[in-house]
Design a protein around this ligand. Structure first.
Ligand SMILES: O=P(O)(O)OC[C@H]1O[C@](O)(CO)[C@@H](O)[C@@H]1O
Length: 434
């Protein structure tokens, strides 16, 4: 994996070479704190030790009894779904993977009525074991299995923390259970059983994913690693921070591969939930190359100067020939490939942003496979940790999400919560369309 920050220099917003040199001294100090936090296994930093801590055998052995199912449905939300969804969307498998990571009745009904429940494995994931959406969806899935006379205890396993409803359920029904590693926030847990169990059921090479993570971790352990000019993850973390300081409040993440679209969703949680604190943060926007050149690029090039664009592509990809044609004006396409066209679009978009003085950062991975994904996700996590350190925010907590949870629980009669009262008492100014 490599990161090119050249197109963030001297743009507007932008950072100068001198500015980066000065920032690099702070990166070195931050690196010291990160390595110390890793050594001590401190909360959050422990996530950067997962490639060496997570045992792929344990994950594979836990799911092996489920054999070769036709489908796996992951019931989890946020960090408990997005890592697994990223691997599933990027890698091909004969086992279909579905994600119940929302409580939309129409979607859940459609999914459950289409699933071959007797050949489906249920992967329930929740670090806290108390998340309402996940537990509600689990109860709905279990009910569907019982109605179909399918023994859900034969088809269900959980990944959760040391205590909570899910841990108790697993103990009560003797369900296979994997642990959410201690000290690892959900959004940093893709390289743990949280993200890897579904991948293992789909037959992906979990060890290769962790090897990719190790390769990126090794970059942090090398001599001189504490420099943004040496470590790709730090180049990305430092430049996104520097640009945020200079007005780039939006980071539009634009993978040039359909298989990486879900990666942009995973990144959005990582970036938003980690850095969005104390009035600070950089809003992740999900885009897709080349598709969103035809919807978003106008804004990125000519709208407010409040964005950077992160362009991501694999440098190797299976390809498809564009047939020769005598159609007027199209002959230039004939004989090329879709991949060549996509790469031309990538480079043209990057250059078009530069021509408009708009910053972009290029991230390239070798190909979309297990190892490169492991490396990419780890590097983005390390970049986020550095960005958070430079911004002096607590990267590993997300207190702002709790208000809404209490309000929802109160509205459903799950206890007395002032937040629920606030919802009931909120002011309205309804413009009635009827
Ligand atoms: O894994 P859990 O505890 O169910 O939480 C799911 C998600 O909800 C959050 O806590 C936010 O509400 C995320 O940080 C987390 O990834």
């Amino acid at each position: 994996m490599n990161v090119d920050i050249g197109n963030a220099l001297d743009t507007s917003p932008g950072v100068s070479r001198d500015g980066l040199e000065r920032l690099d001294r702070r990166v070195e100090r931050a690196h010291g704190r990160i390595q110390e936090g890793r050594e001590r296994g401190e909360h959050g930093f422990a996530a950067l030790n997962l490639p060496e801590r997570c045992d792929p055998r344990e994950v594979e052995d836990t799911v092996a009894p489920f054999g070769d199912p036709r489908a796996v449905v992951t019931v989890g939300i946020g960090g408990s779904a997005l890592g697994a969804a990223t691997f599933s969307a990027a890698l091909e498998s004969d086992v279909d993977a579905y994600f119940l990571d929302n409580v939309d009745p129409a979607h859940a009904r459609r999914l459950l009525s289409s699933l071959p429940l007797e050949e489906t494995v249920v992967n329930v994931v929740s670090k806290s074991g108390t998340t309402a959406e996940t537990l509600a969806n689990f109860l709905v899935v279990r009910d569907a299995m019982q109605r179909a006379s399918v023994d859900w205890t034969d088809r269900t396993f959980v990944t959760t923390g040391p205590s909570g409803n899910l841990r108790e359920l697993a103990a009560k029904h003797d369900l296979p259970a994997l642990d959410v590693p201690e000290g690892v926030p959900g959004r940093f847990a893709a390289l743990s059983p949280v993200g890897l169990a579904c991948a293992a059921i789909q037959g992906h090479d979990v060890e290769a994913i962790l090897e990719g993570g190790s390769a990126a971790a090794d970059r942090l352990d090398r001599a001189g690693a504490g420099s943004l000019f040496e470590t790709p993850a730090y180049a990305y973390g430092a430049v996104t921070y520097a640009l945020a300081q200079r007005g780039a409040g939006v980071n539009a993440v634009m993978p040039y591969a359909e298989s990486l679209e879900t990666f942009a969703e995973w990144f959005a949680q990582l970036w938003a939930e980690s850095l969005g604190k104390d009035g600070l943060g950089q809003t992740p926007a999900r885009a897709l190359g080349a598709t969103d050149q035809h919807s978003q690029l106008q804004l990125y090039r000519a709208g407010p100067r409040d964005k950077l664009v992160t362009l991501l592509r694999p440098t190797e990809r299976p390809d498809l020939e564009i047939p020769e044609t005598d159609l007027e004006g199209l002959s230039y396409l004939g004989g090329s490939t879709l991949g060549e066209l996509l790469d031309a679009e990538f480079e043209a978009t990057e250059a078009s942003l530069a021509a408009a003085g708009r910053p972009s950062v290029r991230i390239e991975i070798d190909r979309v496979d297990e190892r490169s994904l492991g490396e990419l996700l780890y590097a983005m996590e390390a970049a986020c940790v550095l960005h958070g350190d430079l911004a002096s925010v607590d990267t590993f907590v997300q207190p702002a999400v709790e208000w809404g949870k209490r309000a929802a629980r109160g509205l459903l009669g799950g206890g007395e919560f002032p937040e629920a009262e606030a919802v009931r008492d909120k002011e309205t100014l309804i413009v009635d369309g009827n």
